[in-house]
Design a protein around this ligand. Structure first.
Ligand SMILES: NC(=O)c1ccc[n+]([C@@H]2O[C@H](COP(=O)([O-])OP(=O)(O)OC[C@H]3O[C@@H](n4cnc5c(N)ncnc54)[C@H](O)[C@@H]3O)[C@@H](O)[C@H]2O)c1
Ligand SMILES: [Zn+2]
Ligand SMILES: [Zn+2]
Length: 392
């Protein structure tokens, strides 16, 4: 089959590789009808995530048609149309039983590597390094889906691929980010990053009763999409974000701050951001925590910081004293996708949200390397790329 493979920093290619097979009775194989490129894939492209190997197949936002099922998968049959969470979860361990699906204790065969880096191992993820399971991703014609009796959900005919696909990741991720922000009716919520995750966080915060959402980015079309979703905006390349947030909240600061940027924050010459870049380049720190610093400094006393943005290792000079003395609450994590797929599919079916608003670039699988670069460089108005293997 054809698949998008990682070969090193900045180097992804479409290769011909062996078709996936059932390896375990709880597996299914799906023929991919739609898959997407995520901001998390950019951390792989840019070489931030350790333990990648040349030839690894990327892609964790996947849907398709079931073509084969293992003997223990009784909830799916050949021909079903399904969307697949990016988190691989057993459904049975202590964490899965509590709904903490991204923390599943049983799906990372390389748990020892993760334990060394993090103290414990989270769940295995599709297409996301060997430390997180070494599972092949779905930017390909076919995908092996482990734990297929737990993860995939069937998509009704009334919902299109582009409406359903983002149940695999970014819609639940934006939604959980807003839940983690502990929004009370009428609150002011600041969202850093108007990429796809930020867009869903903005709309979810408003659905949960936020009175105002202030969205921060520098890319004009992303700021425009945030405004279309009901947010006020700040262009961080033109304005001091802290000063502007204080001016707009009567010096109080936003009640909740959502960091939907993560480890590759841009800094525009801010002293702390220049320092981050030098340290990351010299391997003295792995993550650029500029946005997180700004969120901590800006958040109102007693407020909440929600972090859906991915961090991979060590951040430097985090103002923990400010966070402690201001009494902030932190909530974060990879999304517990399986906890959200059904309720959010119901919202789509009820017409409360149409997630396809975020798609700007439908493309073929063969175009994926070019699309990765356009998405990384924010060229050509790209906000979200959807690849249609075998269809475009
Ligand atoms: N927690 C999860 O389970 C989960 C799931 C999906 C994605 N993510 C993460 O969420 C983050 C966003 O993903 P995405 O797909 O929207 O990515 P993206 O790269 O498209 O968007 C990031 C946005 O942040 C903006 N940005 C950069 N520096 C900024 C700054 N200093 N202030 C404000 N905005 C800034 C960029 O201009 C860009 O629009 C990534 O870190 C990704 O890895 C996490
Ligand atoms: Zn993702
Ligand atoms: Zn589990």
């Amino acid at each position: 089959m054809r698949a998008l493979c990682w070969h090193g920093k900045g180097d992804v290619r479409v290769d011909t590789v062996p078709d996936p097979k059932i390896q375990h009775p709880r597996d299914a194989v799906i023929k991919i009808t739609a898959c997407a490129i995520c901001g998390s894939d950019l951390h792989l492209l840019d070489g931030y995530q350790p333990t990648m190997e040349s030839g690894d197949i990327l892609g964790h936002e996947n849907m398709g048609e079931v073509v084969e099922v293992g003997s223990e998968v009784t909830n799916l049959k050949v021909g079903d149309r399904v969307v697949v969470p990016f988190t691989i979860s057993c459904g049975q361990c202590w964490f899965c039983q509590k709904g903490l699906f991204s923390l599943c204790d049983r799906t990372n065969p390389n748990a020892e590597m993760a334990i060394k880096a993090m103290g414990h191992s989270p769940a295995g993820l599709f297409g996301f390094s060997h430390m997180l399971g070494g599972y092949s991703g779905g930017q390909a014609e076919y995908l092996r889906v482990p734990m297929a009796d737990v993860g995939p959900i069937k998509v009704p005919d009334s919902v299109t691929d582009e409406q359903a696909l983002f149940l695999s990741d970014i819609f639940p991720t934006g939604y959980m980010a807003a839940e983690n922000a502990q929004i009370q009716d009428g609150d002011t919520v600041a969202v850093w990053g108007c990429g796809p995750v930020g867009q869903f966080a903005i709309r979810s915060a408003l659905m949960m009763g936020a009175g105002r959402v202030i969205a921060i980015d520098e890319v004009p079309e992303r700021l425009a999409m945030a405004e279309a979703g009901g947010a006020e905006t700040i262009d961080f390349s033109k304005t001091d974000v802290y000063d502007e947030l204080m001016a707009r909240t009567n010096k109080r600061g936003p009640d909740s701050c959502i960091d939907a940027v993560g480890c590759e924050a841009a800094g525009h010459g801010a002293a702390d951001a220049v320092f981050d870049k030098v340290k990351a380049a010299a391997f003295l720190a792995t993550d650029r925590v500029h946005v997180l610093r700004q969120a901590i400094m800006s958040c109102r006393k007693g407020g909440t910081i929600s972090i859906p943005g991915v961090y991979v290792g060590m951040g430097d000079k985090l103002p923990i004293g400010a966070a402690m003395n201001k009494g902030l609450t932190f909530k974060m994590g990879q999304t517990h996708v399986q906890a959200y797929t059904k309720p959010l599919l119901e919202k789509i079916e009820a017409g409360k949200i149409d997630p396809s608003f975020v798609v700007t670039h439908p493309a073929s699988l063969e175009d994926a390397p070019e699309m990765y670069k356009k998405f990384r460089d924010k060229k050509d108005g790209v906000i979200k790329v959807v690849l249609r293997p075998g269809q475009l």
